[in-house]
Write a new protein. Sequence first.
Lengths: 203, 78
Amino acid sequence: MQRVVCADEPTAAVASTGRAFHALAERELPRLYRLARRLVGDEAEDAVQDALLKGYRAYASLDDEVAAPAWLTAILVNCCRDRGRAKGRRVEETELEDADEFSLYRKIAAEDPFPYSDSLHLDFLHQFGREDVRAVLAELPELYRLPLVLCYCEGYHVKEIAYLLEVPLGTMLARLHRGRKLFERTLWDYAERHGLLKESARR
Amino acid sequence: MITCAEAVRQLWEYLDGVVEETDREAIEEHLSFCRRCCGELDFAEELRHFLARPDEPGLPDDVKARLLATLTELAGPA
């Protein structure tokens, strides 16, 4: 990769901008990588590489150094979203209509997987290890996983998420709602598929 | 008075603090007497904590080395 140097820009200024960006990015790398792991799993390294490239190109036009970490985060979130779009897994509408009606709470109560339990719903959740939760999140389409992770794992407010992902607030609220429903249904399906509902599988 | 279905549909939004004031009051009124919905509310809260749980492992050394190499190539040394 080549550094872009404008002919009329003093080389010293470019070097100084480069140093400042290097220092910023190096400081933020662990946080950015952890976020990318949550958003796009195994593609995290590529997403961070994309963000470094885009960030460096735009860094000279950033005028508020204090806002730099949040600015770089926004770039990373966009790179993660673009990776999802490029992969383009289409979500079947019927699949979502089913999910809209799904209630994990009621499903657990109706199926009663642990008949001797007096805290059925919590026992259901306790079957999932950290790896399982990660796997369930990874099964969701990016369209829904990104808002869910940003909201419930990273603690962003829905307005910030709408801004970061560049969609209207109403759309983001609807997407979060569907995302949660899809997450609930995927938890149940995952538990069934991986034998977490058998009494013998209880940890 | 709202129904259980209406209350349940908005529970997460209620917990996220993004429902309108009038909706919030209606949900709270419903929760004050509906035990079934209180169960749903507790569970929704558990699910929120549950989602916040998966810690990702830190930045592995080899990934860090590659990302720093990219950074140096792009922006020059620190």
